[in-house]
Design a binder for this molecule. Structure first.
Ligand code: SF4
Length: 726
């Protein structure tokens, strides 16, 4: 069985991996060869592709694909069934559990891999029809701290800048981001800008000396978990060393007094900050001085900031520094959250998180709930935020949630304390998994498997880190009986007796999504929210052909007036210094520094940090197919300092058992030279399909940020010991 080529001339689509969202030209030749090239006209990458993107053609074969719906029998064996049987089982199973135990007894766990249209429909079903907000996403593990930080500071989840600003900046500060490996095309754009303007400064703040540091003018190897001290110290420095923009602060912000008092209390003395952060005080002062004296500064941050029990405060401590210096809303400056997944941003637009509603509205706001329910004309509406990812799987384990439908994600590998997921799925009454692959660690627990479309087969939109909506287009036939996720969700909804799920295709779903974003600003009862910025008004009413031809565009997307068809995207926000809080002002947020929830001790003396490697993606279901990509890093590893290896009796090249109070794994020891004493690093990708005991998620501590619910993937106390001679 193989794909049938639908296009041999080159289809413009979007890379399905990281949040850079590069444009790709892809086609399948009649001989079956996939041809991949960067799209020169896509503003995100202008023709460039990183090694993962350029290897896309090596990852779309049908080996291992789930091609038919399957049902598990009473002996535990999976059998092929018809779509009708599978859909009846899903709809009937959900209906029966809801009837017995109420709407909150079922859950959806979805993914930043879904297209916006799939995501929108999943949220509509769960929040507006089933009437529960127990739908969360693996984006919770990735950027929910940035979302919460944006909402606190700006009143809405808004990314102020665009990629071009990285090239216009005179100083780029990368915090907790190995951009060179995890967002390679953004890094290449920064590198090119620096080559053209050697005076441009690059500062990297990261406990590890990563590939990103090779280009940096300064690396601050901050002690894990101390970022808030460092940025509170910067805020205090800016306030008292003549870098405060008093006019901007007075006109466009509130809350400086409290936030600055907190920053001054613990962090006014750079020597003390340097001691706490374990960085050289002269380097710290040089960074502070450089920030204070450079007008065009971008502070870009990623998982090293977000994935923390203090992640939201870390985000706000960064934003505070841009607000106090007025460095926001103009070209080449501002805070910038780099998102990890291809459609983390699209998921945020449609309310993909358990505490959000579609079109940037909030579940805990009665007016917003009423607005969405009125627009959907739905029978009910979730009346409170649902369970966030970690709590959701805890609730399954506790028996409170009895059915879960997992789409396009592999929580058995990716969740912290992943053994909880194993126990939860083992006892859950109904586990449904929509996936492109048949065998994954998670699918092993499914009662019903539903074959989904993969990249090249599906059709819809994604939104990248700079708010740019791009089309993913079809150039490969649907293999076997695989179907689009949106269609499967609609079919289940209709079988459950719900109206509102008849869509002619992704273009019709996108239109409803766009109309909701402008409807929110329309009805008189919500006039008080008309200052919200997320708006797709200019993209409403598109025909299928217009949707097919949609060019990449950044929201807000407006139409100049009702008779004028001119549609305009928005490169950067806050040029008019109007924020989404009711008074139109941005908020300083007080961020009292606090350390990680669990510190190393005698039993678990080292700190585990986790992250990506350059050539793999998530749990390797796709990138794992490419021999070229596997060549870069062929197996999982634990990177550590040679003196720590000596101390704990492990040797480079040998196998080590790494354990925490939550679980254990085995990996090969390496010394990259980039790890400080006391820390170890393990990549997130390997899993039980690649080797036994290879899931780092089994070790990671499940503590979460109290505001965002994002887990602390960067700071788990662990022990390490020799496993055996390889
Ligand atoms: Fe794909 Fe990201 Fe690489 Fe671009 S940088 S080609 S979006 S993986």
């Amino acid at each position: 069985l193989s794909h049938i080529p639908l296009s041999t001339v080159g289809t413009k689509t979007t890379c399905p991996y990281c949040g850079v969202g590069c444009g790709v030209r892809a086609s399948m030749q009649t001989d079956g060869k996939i041809v991949i090239a960067g799209d020169e006209l896509h503003p995100a990458n202008k023709g460039r592709l990183c090694v993962k993107g350029s290897a896309l053609g090596e990852t779309v074969d049908l080996d291992g694909r789930l091609l038919h719906p399957k049902l598990r029998d009473e002996h535990g064996n999976m059998h092929r069934v018809s779509w009708d049987t599978a859909l009846d089982k899903v709809a009937g199973g959900l209906r029966s559990i809801i009837d017995q135990h109420g709407p909150d007894s079922v859950a959806l766990y979805v993914s930043g891999q879904l297209l916006t249209e799939d995501y929108y429909i999943a949220n509509k079903l769960m929040k507006g029809y089933i009437g529960s907000a127990n739908i969360d996403t693996n984006s919770r593990l990735c950027m929910s701290s940035a979302v919460a930080g944006h909402k606190r500071a700006f009143g809405e989840d808004l990314v102020p800048i665009c990629y071009e600003d990285l090239e216009l900046a005179d100083m780029v500060v990368l915090v907790g981001s190995n951009t060179a490996w995890c967002h390679p095309i953004l890094f290449q754009r920064i590198a090119k800008a620096k080559e053209n303007r050697p005076e441009m400064k690059l500062v990297v703040i990261d406990p590890r000396r990563t590939a990103t540091c090779e280009l940096s003018d300064m690396h601050l190897p901050v002690k894990p978990g101390t970022d808030v001290w460092l940025f509170n110290g910067l805020m205090s420095y800016l306030a008292h060393r003549g870098a405060r923009d008093s006019a901007f602060v007075a006109a466009h912000t509130t809350g400086l007094g409290e936030a600055l008092a907190i920053a001054d209390a613990d962090c006014a003395d750079p020597h003390e900050v340097a001691r706490i952060c374990k960085v050289d005080v002269n380097d710290l002062l040089a960074f502070y001085e450089s920030f204070a004296n450079t007008e065009k500064v971008i502070t870009a941050f990623s998982m090293g900031v977000n994935q923390s029990s203090a992640g939201t405060d870390k985000v706000n401590s960064i934003i505070n520094c841009h607000l106090i210096s007025g460095r926001i809303g103009k070209p080449g400056m501002g805070p910038f959250s780099i998102t990890g997944q291809p459609n983390a941003m699209g998921g945020r637009e449609v309310g993909g998180l358990a505490n959000m509603l579609a079109a940037h509205m909030d579940l805990d706001n009665a007016l917003h709930r009423d607005t969405v329910q009125t627009f959907w004309d739905s029978p009910r509406m979730a009346d409170k935020p649902g369970l966030k990812a970690v709590d959701l799987f805890n609730a399954i384990e506790a028996g409170h949630i009895k059915a879960v439908w997992i789409m396009a994600t592999n929580p058995m590998v990716s969740m912290p304390d992943a053994n909880v997921v194993q126990r939860a799925l083992s006892k859950c009454e109904l586990v449904v998994a929509s996936d492109i692959m048949e065998k994954t660690d998670t699918n092993a627990f499914a009662h019903i498997l539903l074959p989904a479309l993969g990249w090249g087969e599906k059709d819809g939109t994604v939104t990248n880190s700079e708010r740019r909506i791009s089309r993913q287009r079809t150039f490969l036939s649907a293999p076997g009986e695989a179907r689009p996720d949106w269609q499967v969700i609609c079919d289940v909804a209709k079988r459950m007796g719900y109206r509102g799920f008849d869509f002619a295709g992704p273009h019709a779903i996108f239109d409803e999504h766009a109309r909701l974003s402008s409807y929110r600003n329309g009805p008189p009862q919500i006039a008080g929210h008309s200052h919200r910025l997320f708006n797709l008004d200019g993209l409403t009413g598109m025909s299928k052909q217009q949707f097919d031809e949609l060019q990449p565009i950044q929201w807000p997307v407006t139409r100049s007036n009702s008779t004028d068809a001119a549609v305009t995207g928005t490169a950067r926000l806050f040029g008019n210094h109007r924020y989404s809080h009711p008074d139109g002002k941005a908020r300083f947020v007080a961020t009292p520094p606090r350390g990680p929830a669990h510190l190393p001790d005698e039993e678990f003396p080292l700190t585990l940090n986790t992250g990506r490697v350059r050539d793999q993606w998530h749990t390797m279901t796709r990138t794992g197919k490419s021999a070229r990509l596997a060549d870069h890093v062929p197996e999982s590893f634990v990177d550590m300092h040679p003196q720590d290896a000596l101390r704990y009796g492990v040797r480079e090249g040998g196998l080590a058992r790494i354990s925490s109070r939550w679980g254990a794994m085995v990996a090969r020891v390496q010394h990259s030279g980039g790890i400080a004493r006391g820390s170890v690093f393990v990549p997130i990708h390997w899993n039980s399909q690649t080797a036994s005991d290879a899931r780092v998620g089994a070790l990671v501590n499940p503590v979460v940020d109290p505001i965002s619910g994002e887990p602390e993937f960067k700071h788990t106390p662990v022990n390490i010991e020799e496993f055996g001679v390889s």
